[in-house]
Design a protein. Structure first.
Length: 327
């Protein structure tokens, strides 16, 4: 069908003989299919399978292998991985540094996981750090941040952020944050706020000072979730106190700042996150207002609010998406 179209254009002298020849030559070439992400996925699964298999092997033969032999084996994997990374590394740069080959990032990932396994095994079996658990998490955290920046590895950066959260005594994963956190304790809520604000500050700093600015997404991704969940938790924890409205104000300020930043950088993902958390906050205030009035007729209004606001929320997202594409 397409070839016939070009033939007709050629007959009508709308394209030249040379143009028709180039079009036909290109159409006759075999189309290449990229397997880039398939290969990367297989490599990632391979690293996970290898580390998981080693863990299972150690668990089943712990009595026959011996602790020293296990530690030596893990250390050899770690040292070998980083020796390969050191040999193949590119010069450090504040800009994005691409991996020298497809396997490079996965070898560094294997080395990092092996390092954490080695330190964890050392602490569990020999109590190397004693009861100083802060030091046991602080040292791996520093090492992971150094590895992430030196080898320009986003995966290791995520591990470093998780270790930062672990060092601060919290979990950076939003699901775990909701399921396991003790929100009856204001100390843990403020700790989340400090962690979230620190990550957001790092995301801004990477962009402003043009230092590994492609790391911004990772910092902002974790930081915005932690901040919002902490603010919402603080609101519900202080539900009957005037302090609850301070957390409402915090959600409002954070939403304005993050929305403007997301719109400036054309990030629909962060706009969606801001609107979702803001919608939860506004809906919570609507429910509170309805039940404080105590009028049964307002319950119907509340139901209509949720139906109408959900529809309006969808249209708002569609409108914002159009504006982002247009600009």
């Amino acid at each position: 069908m397409t070839d016939e179209l070009y033939q007709n254009l050629h007959v009508e002298c709308l394209i030249s003989d040379a143009s028709l020849a180039r079009i036909q030559a290109k159409a006759n070439k075999p189309r290449l299919f990229s397997v880039h992400w398939e290969v990367k996925t297989l490599l990632y699964i391979g690293i996970l399978a290898l580390t998981g298999g080693l863990g299972l092997l150690v668990y089943e033969h712990i009595d026959t292998i011996g602790h020293q032999a296990i530690l030596l084996f893990i250390a050899l994997i770690c040292v070998g991985s980083f020796a390969y990374g050191y040999k193949k590394r590119k010069p450090f740069s504040a800009e994005l540094v691409k991996a020298p080959n497809p396997a490079f990032d996965y070898v560094i990932l294997l080395g990092s996981i092996s390092m954490l396994t080695f330190l964890g095994y050392l602490q569990y079996q020999y109590n190397f750090f004693g009861t100083n658990y802060g030091l046991a998490t602080f040292i791996p955290m520093l090492a992971l941040f150094f590895i992430a920046y030196r080898f320009d590895h986003l995966g290791i950066l995520s591990m470093a952020i998780a270790n930062l959260a672990l060092w601060m005594g919290v979990s950076v994963t939003p699901k775990k944050l909701l399921l396991n956190a003790d929100f009856d304790n204001l100390t843990i809520i403020y700790t989340y706020l400090v962690l979230g604000c620190s990550l957001l500050a790092l995301s801004i700093a990477t962009q402003r000072y043009n230092f590994k600015k492609h790391f911004k997404f990772s910092y902002q991704h974790y930081g915005i979730h932690v901040c919002y969940v902490a603010l919402l938790a603080g609101y519900f924890h202080n539900y009957d106190s005037w302090l609850a409205f301070a957390f409402v104000l915090g959600v409002g300020v954070l939403s304005v700042i993050m929305y403007l930043d997301a719109f400036r950088h054309r990030s629909f993902y962060f706009i969606l996150i801001v609107l979702l958390y803001s919608y939860v906050m506004i809906s919570s205030l609507m429910v509170r207002l309805t039940f404080s009035v105590g009028d049964g007729a307002l319950i119907f209004f509340l139901l209509m609010y949720f139906v109408g606001s959900a529809i309006g929320f969808i249209f708002l997202l569609m409108d914002i998406n159009k504006k982002l594409k247009a600009e």
